[in-house]
Design a protein around this ligand. Structure first.
Ligand SMILES: *[C@@H]1O[C@H](CO)[C@@H](O)[C@H](O)[C@H]1NC(C)=O
Ligand SMILES: *[C@@H]1O[C@H](CO)[C@@H](O)[C@H](O)[C@H]1NC(C)=O
Length: 332
C-alpha cells in the first residue's frame, strides 16, 4: 500500500509532466492562445466523414468550423443551428449549374463557387478551416443526398476531403437532442479562397462507354437510382430511355441511410457493396464508376466509397443517365 506522502509525491511528479494551463495563463498575456489550444476537448481532434450533433455542439466553439445549412431558405428561416450559414442545395444554385446540352446538376463554374465559399468565411488553402454540412431528412431521400453531393462539389472546389464532414442525421438529429436553435442570421467574415478546381474524379460519357462490360477487368459501374428506375419500370423525366447503362449493377442510394436519416454503419455499407460486386473490386485493384439520374445519388455512393469505406479508385459520371440515354442504348 502506498503511503499518503508517497502518493502526493507521485501526483506532483505526474503534474510536473503535464502542461499547466493555469501557469501559462499567468506567465504572460501572449500565452492566452496557448491556453485556448490546450483546452480543446480531445474528441474535437477527430474529424471523420460524419460528425454527431454532440460533437458539433462540443467542438464548434473550439475549431475553425464553417457550418453550412443546405435546407431550403424557408426551413432555415424557421430555425437553424446557431452560427450556421444558409446555402440551400438546389439544382441551379451556388452548388450546381446546367451543363452543356442542358444537363441538370453539373458542377458550377469554379470561380463562382470559390467566391461563394470565401464570402461565408471558408478559407482556402488553410488546413485549419473545416466545413460541416447540415441537411434535412425526407422520403424520398433527396434532402439527405444534398450533403454528399455538396461534399463532392467541395472536393471539385479544391477543399481536401478530410476537411469536410456531414452532420449525421442532419438537422432533425440536432433537434431531437434538444440542442439550441435560433432564427438569428450570423454575419460572415469573408476570407480569401484560392484553389485549383479538381476534376480528377469526374469522368465523361466516352470514358464510361469504354468501360461497360468490363467486370472481368474489375471495372464496375454502380447505378444509385431506385430499383424500378434501374429496371426500366419507371422512366424519370430527365432520361430519354428507360433502363440502365449496360453492365451497371444497382445499389439504390436510399439504402445508405436509416429511416431517421442517419448513416448506416461502415460494415452495413460494405455488405451492400459486396452483395452487388462480390470481391471483384477492392481498394487496391479495379475501378468503380458511380452514376444515377442526374448526379445526386451518384455523389452519395461516391462519398460512401471514398470517405466512409476508403476506396480511392472511384470515378463519378456526372452526366449520368440524362446524358447517356441521349446518345446510347440503355439495358433493361
Ligand atoms: C473525355 O475524357 C477523356 C479522359 O478520360 C478525354 O481524353 C476526352 O478528351 C474527353 N472527351 C470530351 C469530349 O471531353
Ligand atoms: C422492377 O423493380 C420494381 C421495384 O423493385 C419491381 O416491383 C418490379 O417487379 C421490377 N420489374 C422487373 C421487370 O424486374
Amino acid at each position: 500500500m502506498i503511503g499518503h506522502h508517497r502518493l502526493a509525491a507521485l501526483l506532483s511528479a505526474a503534474a510536473a509532466l503535464l502542461p499547466s494551463a493555469s501557469a501559462a495563463a499567468v506567465a504572460s498575456p501572449a500565452s492566452s492562445e496557448l491556453v485556448e489550444r490546450t483546452l480543446i476537448p480531445l474528441p474535437c481532434y477527430i474529424f471523420g466523414p460524419t460528425v454527431s450533433p454532440w460533437w458539433l455542439k462540443l467542438c464548434k466553439p473550439h475549431l475553425d468550423l464553417v457550418v453550412i445549412d443546405l435546407r431550403s431558405a424557408d426551413e432555415y428561416a424557421a430555425n437553424h443551428i446557431p452560427g450556421s450559414f444558409s446555402l440551400p442545395f438546389e439544382p441551379v444554385s451556388a452548388w450546381s449549374n446546367m451543363g452543356p446540352g442542358d444537363l441538370l446538376l453539373e458542377m458550377p463554374p469554379s470561380a463562382d463557387i470559390f467566391a461563394t465559399l470565401g464570402s461565408i468565411g471558408v478559407s482556402n488553402p488553410n488546413p485549419a478551416t473545416k466545413v460541416v454540412l447540415v441537411n434535412g431528412v425526407g422520403n424520398p431521400a433527396f434532402p439527405q443526398a444534398a450533403s454528399p453531393r455538396v461534399a463532392t462539389t467541395l472536393k471539385y472546389a479544391g477543399i481536401s476531403e478530410g476537411r469536410v464532414s456531414v452532420l449525421d442525421g442532419g438537422f432533425p438529429a440536432w433537434l431531437s437532442e434538444g440542442y439550441p436553435v435560433t432564427t438569428a442570421v450570423p454575419t460572415p467574415t469573408p476570407r480569401t479562397y484560392t484553389a485549383t478546381e479538381d476534376r480528377s474524379f469526374l469522368v465523361n460519357i466516352s470514358y464510361v462507354a469504354e468501360r461497360i462490360n468490363k467486370k472481368h477487368q474489375h471495372i464496375y459501374i454502380i447505378d444509385g437510382r431506385d430499383e424500378a428506375v434501374y429496371n426500366g419500370t419507371i422512366l424519370e423525366e430527365w432520361a430519354d430511355k428507360p433502363g440502365h447503362i449496360p453492365s451497371a449493377v444497382n445499389l439504390p442510394a436510399k439504402y445508405v441511410w436509416n429511416p431517421d436519416g442517419s448513416w448506416k454503419s461502415p460494415l452495413e455499407l460494405l455488405a451492400q457493396l459486396r452483395s452487388k460486386v462480390g470481391y471483384g473490386v477492392s481498394r487496391s485493384y479495379g475501378e468503380i464508376i458511380v452514376y444515377c439520374g442526374v448526379g445526386g445519388y451518384a455523389s452519395t455512393w461516391y462519398f460512401v466509397l471514398t470517405r466512409i469505406l476508403g476506396f480511392d479508385n472511384v470515378k463519378m459520371y456526372d452526366g449520368s443517365a440524362q446524358e447517356w440515354s441521349k446518345y446510347y442504348d440503355m439495358e433493361l
